[in-house]
Ligand binder design. Structure first.
Ligand code: COA
Ligand code: AMP
Length: 638
């Protein structure tokens, strides 16, 4: 069946389509009911199915005779370590860790937070939770204690699993003290903290709730997998929204397992036994779906990479890893390619490695600019496939489904709708727009299996954020258009979410932190184009009357509080002091206008603007600070 027929079948007969796909995984209790509704009328997949994802990822392969196949390849240039784990080895460690967690009182229905660097133990911790029905919430290591505390208070974990430290390029990051600080800040108290001691030299003060990871695993028996219902929450993953409070996306178990198996085979075209590498972090959805669960369920060897595309030690690292581990398909964010391109413009490093194992390069996480795509195509002889999805969907929504039919690539487009996603482009009123006209990217309900089930303990926000703007449709928060061949182009977020080096961040959250500085009267944080990171935040600050703090001092302090409150990952480096912010006559800050000025985009002066002279004022300040388009090094076409 070609893409067109296969896709049409998924949309016209969703129940049949996903019933067939459910047969690609093993269940303890095969679902009789493929599609139904939850108590809020939201579509629910495989309601009566029972399964265990850890079983599918590990035990099943051992039973099938693949226990000696490599499951995880840990490649850590920052510690100069390469270590391979077979499915049997991973299963033993995970089953013992899960047994240890049970001895600490953890059981099905509890939650646990995982806050770890990119080491195999992070994946072991996720799988151990899944094994015993504990819902995990992995928090990205670049988030500061305050952010961790918000998540602790929201999902109320009984347990936190962490490591003593991580390494960022050449800097030791002590994780455990950050967890201690977060527990101090939070109102909820986890009972225990399991600490994996990496022995990298970090001094870790002992707390009464600490449990040593190695001792726990060593002293515990292997525990079997616990059957859970298909709609049991496998994990909660917090992502940035348009307010200061992150959203806890809830992922079910059954739909997730089916969708990830489907993605590995039909989108990524990865055969069992292949080597798959998603160069991301387990703290993001890419890590959940395509470092841990997807590849392992599909019996692939998955690479856990502790490093960066550059500086660990240089721009050759990606190519070295592909060659050394014979990677068959890779997934990264365009920003990583831009970073490599900057350091090695002529691709000299690339020539030193044998990349013949690589069949495809997948790109996602942010818009892929055409010069980056062209540079990749010029230097590496495999197709670079852009594709689009979100934390909420958990797996690709628009792509080139290589396992079904390889469609011609149109640079700038993220491909066509993936099976199960009936994607439309709507205008403000919810009418479908014509081909090539921009609008809001929405998906007709029901979303396919494996997409978000809810927001953790906040169904009202779930409905308000995703379902109410266009009744009957899921609203993605992105803008875009479709061409006459149904190829889709994503133009960017239509809300205050920004994408910095493939990391999704909320400018509203940054604004709250900036506004908390005692010298700040009001402020706006906007995302502006950046040649390396795609977007970076820019804070425009109006100081309080009679405040005599030196401007450079204030700028420095604001950068520091954002680092302390949100984390280094926020990448706020640009703070400018302005006399006033552009506003409408009713007092609404014109953020889009400021973005257009900074990015050098054409704009129309809003008819509601309070005072047009502000446009020249803002332009002058950005020029003075050499920010955005006024920074001569910031040119995406280089
Ligand atoms: N723990 C602690 N700190 C972290 C961290 C972690 N897990 N991850 C990032 N940080 C810190 C970095 O050290 C950096 O701190 P600094 O401001 O003191 O230098 C800051 O957060 C910003 O990190 P990052 O966005 O990674 O920028 P960078 O300048 O260090 O590297 C790239 C730039 C492009 C090389 C890097 O962003 C990259 O490899 N991106 C790939 C994209 C990716 O993996 N996306 C995930 C979704 S697919
Ligand atoms: P996250 O939830 O962190 O995965 O971020 C999802 C957001 O990243 C989407 O809503 C898009 O705005 C953006 N995004 C992801 N993939 C792409 C892509 N291929 N092209 C353009 N934007 C993308």
């Amino acid at each position: 069946m070609n893409y067109k027929e296969y896709y049409a079948k998924s949309i016209s007969q969703p129940e049949n389509f996903w019933k067939e796909q459910a047969n690609t995984i093993e269940w303890y209790n095969k679902p009789e009911i493929t599609l139904s509704e939850d108590e809020n009328g939201y579509p629910l997949w495989y309601k009566d199915g029972e399964l265990n994802v850890c079983y599918l990822a590990l035990d099943k392969h051992i039973q099938d005779g693949y226990g000696d196949q490599v499951a995880i390849i840990y490649d850590s240039p920052v510690t100069q370590t390469i270590k391979k784990y077979t499915f049997s080895e991973v299963k033993t460690e995970v089953a013992k860790l899960a047994g240890g967690m049970q001895s600490l009182g953890l059981k099905k229905g509890h939650t646990a937070i995982i806050y770890m660097p990119m080491i195999p133990q992070a994946a072991f911790a996720m799988l151990a939770c899944a094994r015993i029905g504990v819902t995990h919430s992995v928090v990205f290591g670049g988030f500061a204690p305050h952010e961790l505390a918000i998540r602790i208070d929201d999902c109320k974990p009984r347990l936190i699993i962490t490591a003593s430290s991580g390494i960022e390029v050449d800097r030791l990051i002590t994780y455990k003290p950050l967890v201690d600080e977060a527990i101090e800040l939070a109102s909820h108290r986890p009972k225990k903290v399991i600490v994996f001691n990496r022995k990298l030299g970090a001094r870790i003060p002992f707390k009464k709730y600490d449990v040593d990871y190695d001792a726990l695993v060593y002293g515990s028996e292997e525990t079997p997998c616990v059957a859970v219902n298909a709609s049991h929450p496998l994990y909660i993953l917090y992502t940035s929204g348009t307010t200061g409070k992150p959203k806890g996306v809830v992922r079910d178990t059954g739909g997730c397992a089916v969708a990830l198996k489907f993605s590995m085979q039909k989108i990524y075209n990865i055969k069992e036994g292949d080597v798959f590498w998603a160069a991301s972090d387990v703290g993001w959805v890419v890590g959940h779906s395509f470092i841990v669960y997807g590849p392992l369920i599909n019996r692939n060897s998955s690479i856990i990479f502790e490093g960066k595309p550059i500086k660990t030690p240089d721009a050759s690292t990606f190519w070295r890893i592909i060659d050394e581990h014979k990677v068959n398909a890779m997934f990264t964010a365009p920003t990583a390619i831009r970073a490599i391109k900057k350091e090695d413009p002529n691709g000299d490093f690339i020539k030193k490695y044998d990349l013949s194992s690589l069949k495809t390069q997948f790109l996602a996480g942010e818009r892929c600019d055409i010069p980056t795509l062209e540079w990749y195509n010029q230097h590496i002889p495999v197709p670079a496939i852009d594709h689009w999805w979100q934390t909420e969907s958990g797996w690709p929504m628009i792509a080139n489904m290589l396992g079904v039919e390889s469609l011609p690539i149109k640079p700038g487009s993220v491909g066509k709708a993936v099976c199960g996603y009936d994607i439309k482009i709507f205008d403000e009123e919810g009418n479908e727009v014509q081909a090539n006209q921009q609008g809001y990217v929405v998906v007709k309900l029901p979303l396919p299996p494996g997409t978000l089930l809810d927001l953790w303990k906040d169904n009202l926000r779930f409905k308000a954020g995703y379902l109410e703007q266009f009744p009957g449709y899921y609203f993605s928060g992105d803008g875009g258009y479709k061409d006459e061949d149904d190829y889709i182009y994503i133009t960017g977020r239509v809300d205050d979410v920004i994408n910095v080096a493939g990391h999704r961040l909320s400018t509203a959250e940054m604004e709250e932190v900036v506004a908390s500085h005692q010298s700040v009267a009001e402020c706006a944080v906007i995302g502006i184009n950046d040649a390396l990171k795609g977007q970076i935040p820019l804070a425009l600050v109006v100081t309080k009357l009679y405040d005599d703090t030196e401007h450079f001092q204030l700028e420095h302090e604001i950068i520091q509080i954002v680092r302390q409150q949100i984390g280094a990952v926020a990448s706020l480096r640009n703070v400018v002091i302005v006399n006033r912010l552009p506003k409408t006559r009713s007092g609404k800050i014109l953020r889009k206008l400021m973005r257009s000025i900074a990015d050098g985009d054409q704009f129309q002066i809003p008819s509601t603007i309070d005072d047009e002279a502000i446009i020249d004022e803002i332009t002058e300040v950005l020029q003075k600070y050499e920010i955005g388009t006024f920074n001569k090094n910031n040119n995406l076409t280089n």
